[in-house]
Design a protein around this ligand. Structure first.
Ligand SMILES: C[S@@+](CC[C@H](N)C(=O)[O-])C[C@H]1O[C@@H](n2cnc3c(N)ncnc32)[C@H](O)[C@@H]1O
Length: 364
């Protein structure tokens, strides 16, 4: 008589299904983003004088290497979900409502972007935008965004724009901070999960906090950002998910409104390339101040020049295509040295697709 299969025997099948669904999901995002990027860059080259030929074409060999790194990233993302680092459902998390509502706005915003590119006007803000109290370096139309980080429309479009920019891989790159975070928790965290206090610095619209909430459902989460519009959007999106709402506050990362040694862990995603060098150092020093001894600081941002010479062309092209005034300096900045100067130790780095990660500990 045949015995009934045990439940574990079904698990590989569900893993296969998850893998298949995830690959299909990522592929459809990539295809859409590549088509969007091709069309919008062709239109931009047609409309904006002198635009064509300013960037260096990326060779087929580099594109091939990039594709391999993309596959590795998605595999690592999938494996972390399979291992239970985070729940598999966040692999499929996508702001669909915003996609259908705001994708047409991204297209409608193109003429405004062309005007900025044509006139090289990258510090332009509408008269109704309050610019008081922000550091001068922040008052920029980063990536040609209309009204920089200071309007509700910019906050509504941001997640879609980033996902398009990275050809559908932005969230998978954000999630690479979760494994080292969870590992640190199991190796060193002195308290139970409910007592963990974690700050996401420059939380933007809250995508990273959303993934951290799914990974650490019991932790107390905090987010700071300079943009009130992005914090409003984060509040709107995070209040839809179960669990305690992260505490969000408007603040400059250079002067964090928290006591010394307050957080067990700090994360920061895609911030440092948008800071001038002095601000980078001050943000790192503030992070050191507010994290507890033994605590962890994880930074995710763009890859840098020393990481892979093959991708130098892409790094050189990036600030030509997008208004990113501090990016070039960032690509050669030694963040390990900056972290150590602030007092962090055991700094290690990782690279995934086009991102880089610094994982640092404050000495006990
Ligand atoms: C490229 S976005 C990254 C947002 C988010 N972390 C993500 O993963 O998409 C940069 C964010 O940094 C914020 N920001 C820039 N300079 C800042 C500063 N000095 N202090 C706090 N937030 C800052 C911006 O308002 C914006 O939300």
């Amino acid at each position: 008589m045949q015995s009934t299969p045990k439940i574990e025997q079904f698990i590989p099948i569900s893993e296969e299904l998850t893998k298949f669904a995830y690959q299909a999901f990522q592929q459809s995002k990539t295809v859409f983003a590549v088509a969007h990027n091709n069309i919008s860059s062709r239109l931009t080259n047609l409309v904006v004088e002198g635009r064509k030929g300013r960037t260096t074409p990326v060779s087929a060999e580099v594109l091939n290497k990039l594709q391999k790194r993309r596959e590795k990233l998605f595999e690592a993302d999938l494996q972390d979900a399979v291992k239970g680092v985070y729940p598999a459902n966040i692999l499929f998390d996508n702001p669909w409502e915003d996609f259908f509502r705001y994708y047409p706005e991204i297209l409608l915003d193109l003429p405004e972007i062309w005007e900025k590119l044509q006139k090289k006007e990258y510090q332009k803000f509408s008269s109704d935008i309050d610019r008081e109290g922000y550091p001068a370096y922040y008052l920029q139309n980063f990536h040609q965004q209309t009204n920089g980080y200071l309007s509700d429309m910019s906050a509504n479009l941001y997640d879609l724009q980033v996902e398009l920019l990275f050809n559908g891989a932005a969230d998978a790159m954000r999630r690479r901070i979760l494994a080292p975070l969870k590992q640190w928790l199991s190796d060193f965290a002195p308290t139970s999960p409910e007592q963990i206090k974690l700050l996401d610095l420059a939380c933007g619209t809250g995508r990273t906090l959303r993934f951290i909430r799914a990974t650490l459902p019991k932790a107390s989460l905090f987010g700071v950002d300079l943009s009130p519009a992005y914090l409003r959007k984060a509040n709107q999106l995070l209040s839809k998910i179960p669990g305690e709402l992260p505490q969000l506050m408007q603040a400059n990362g250079e002067e964090l409104p928290y006591l010394d040694n307050y957080f067990h862990a700090l994360t920061s995603v895609f911030l440092f390339h948008e800071l001038p060098p002095q601000a980078r150092q001050r943000v790192i020093e503030e992070s050191f101040r507010v994290v507890k001894p033994g605590g962890i600081f994880i930074i995710c941002d763009s890859m840098q020049a020393i990481d892979n010479p093959d991708f130098k062309v892409m790094m050189d092209n990036f600030p030509i295509i997008f208004h990113e005034p501090y990016y070039r300096n960032y690509t050669t900045d030694d963040l390990v040295r900056r972290l150590e100067k602030a007092g962090f130790e055991n700094v290690r780095t990782e690279n995934h697709l086009v991102s880089k990660y610094w994982i640092a500990r404050k000495p006990v």
